[in-house]
Write a protein that binds this ligand. Sequence first.
Ligand code: TYD
Length: 134
Amino acid sequence: MSLIETITFSNLDNGSANLFAFENHKNIPFEIKRVYCIMDAGSNSRGFHAHKMLKQVAVCLKGSCRFVLDDGSIKEDNISLNSPAKGLLLHEMVWHEMHDFSKECVLLVLASEKYDESDYIRSYDEFLKVAQHA
Ligand code: TYD
């Protein structure tokens, strides 16, 4: 079994540009309630948390970065995102980390809920305890 679930987005422009659309319940498997983006991350890795309920789709609009996903029993540590045509599903209760941001990286994240700090699990030990009792 793999934790890697991706969505392929089509380029909708038939001219010289790139145009990608993200639609609720069409190519995104939930209702989008929040959109955020990460850029200029420098050499810092990010994430290092899981969410109790939140589902997300991450899309690297420009540049590249590497995701680590871990559900408490399986770990995928070399998931490369480098195209606006590829979305990575971040399910609830999956520990995720983002590393190796390229200088120009623009990472878009579509989220199923508004921001709620109480939905975060930021301790890996606590995550393992909750995941192993799920
Ligand atoms: P965090 O989710 O920890 O970032 P990352 O996963 O990239 O390491 O968020 C960093 C900070 O930004 C934290 O203080 C919470 C805040 N934040 C919001 O206020 N709203 C948001 O939608 C997000 C994603 C973060």
